[in-house]
Design a protein around this ligand. Structure first.
Ligand code: FAD
Length: 383
């Protein structure tokens, strides 16, 4: 394309793809740049499944956004004629006084989200395939379930192109020259745009400092483990929901999904992992993660083989408060940053795309984004 783009979005993970989709749908001339040939499995958005839920622990601002996220996922399913969501319900488990459980119950009551709260007697009847201490509380969020991640990502990218967007994969952004009109040099060409959205996932760790923005973002390697059922079908999606325990092991959460994507295998992961360089992802030792998970599975999932059968790898962009960054660059207001999705950004991506798109179009974002402001890290910023 010749001329100036309204917006260039750098990074075609789920957040950049949803932003580009939103912008193209609004009639904006948009270019979506991705450094790797698509599809790829080197960032944070690949794989077949992610958890979605309305229950959001004490972080009520995300529970508010989830309401619209569910509608936007349905809209994407209709437009793309793709099944993205599987409703299994989501079970939160925790000991008495657990913040995640208490915050979830409070927020769900406040927003009239259907749920069941029960104790261990009922849990034993409903879910005999799990085992937790008798004083634990269980919250079943009926709205929760699985998002088919790969299909969702492709649906956003396909719809973006149907709405007239340009998608260039295998083309890395190598330099940004800020200004009223921004120049973007890539590995193949040079483009100009009025607005730039940076959704570069774990690569934000190096790209943001090169633009004068210093946030304490840590790319973490997450080992995705699939555990084989001893009795086939016992943890199938029609009998067992997605689940979260936070914290579960030391201070870390554990979450899981029923056997669905790989029949006979339940996905259970630790919500943390070792620090990595995203370009050198597989060189770290994560034995401590595997040891914690094996012991968790053998204790609480007695009907799974306590040794994972399948391992995959993915990356979190972790911020210490686990809040996203959804904001303008502190100095260049036509540069928008979406970063630090801290292992929970997939389900919210349709809303993230909408608010980043609104900012790129010079509109007020539809939500109060104060928890996601970049200046909460300003004491560490060199701006
Ligand atoms: C194992 C795992 C389980 C998860 N489970 C859940 C869950 O159950 N529910 C949930 O809501 N969330 C979950 N998440 C989190 C969610 O997947 C992420 O928050 C989300 O995928 C982040 O997407 P992103 O677009 O920010 O990053 P990415 O997917 O990493 O996308 C960034 C893209 O930018 C590209 N890029 C970087 N630099 C450049 C450049 N210079 N030029 C061009 N392109 C560039 C990269 O190649 C990459 O494709 C999970 C994450 C992992 C890893």
């Amino acid at each position: 394309m010749s001329g100036i783009y309204d917006t260039i979005v750098v990074g075609a993970g789920i957040e950049g793809s949803s932003t580009a989709y939103y912008l193209a749908k609004q009639g904006q001339k948009t270019l979506l740049l991705e450094q790797f040939p698509l599809p790829h499995s080197r960032g944070s958005s690949h794989g077949q499944s992610r958890i979605t839920r309305k229950a959001y622990g004490p972080k009520e601002h995300y529970a508010v956004m989830m309401h619209e996220a569910f509608h936007l996922w349905e809209q994407l399913e209709r437009e793309s004629k793709t099944e993205i969501f599987i409703n299994t319900g989501m079970l939160s488990v925790g000991e008495p006084g657990n913040d995640f459980i208490d915050g979830t119950i409070k927020a769900m009551r406040k927003h009239n989200i259907p749920m069941d709260v029960f104790g261990s007697d009922e849990a034993k009847m409903k879910y005999p395939m799990i085992s937790y201490p008798t004083d634990f509380t269980y919250v079943l969020d009926h709205s929760g379930g699985i998002l088919r991640a790969d299909k969702a990502l492709k649906a956003f990218q396909d719809q973006f192109q149907k709405f007239g967007g340009d998608l260039h994969d295998g083309e890395a952004m190598v330099k940004i020259i800020p200004g009223k009109v921004i120049t973007v040099n890539t590995s193949k060409s040079t483009y100009k745009c009025n607005n730039l959205v940076l959704t570069v996932g774990p690569w934000a760790k190096t790209i943001l400092p090169s633009l004068g923005v210093h946030i304490p973002l840590r790319p973490l390697r997450i080992t995705v483990c699939y555990w084989k059922e001893k009795i086939p079908g016992q943890y199938a999606a029609n009998r067992f929901p997605v689940f979260v325990q936070h914290p579960a092991v030391d201070n870390f959460g554990v979450y899981g999904l029923p056997s669905e994507e790989y029949p006979g295998h339940v996905k259970i992961c630790l919500h943390f992992g070792p620090d990595i360089d995203p370009d050198n992802r597989d060189t770290v030792d994560d034995k401590w993660v595997m040891d914690k998970l094996k012991s968790y599975v053998s204790k609480h999932f007695p009907n799974l083989v306590p040794e994972p059968s399948i391992l995959e790898t993915c990356i979190y962009s972790w911020l210490p408060d686990e809040e996203f960054v959804l904001d303008k660059h502190p100095a260049w207001k036509n540069m928008i940053i979406g970063a630090g999705f801290s292992g929970h950004g997939f389900k919210l991506s349709p809303v993230v795309g909408k608010v980043l798109g609104e900012m790129a179009m010079g509109k007020e974002p539809s939500y109060n984004l104060s928890p996601c402001r970049i200046d909460r890290f300003f004491s560490r910023s060199k701006i």
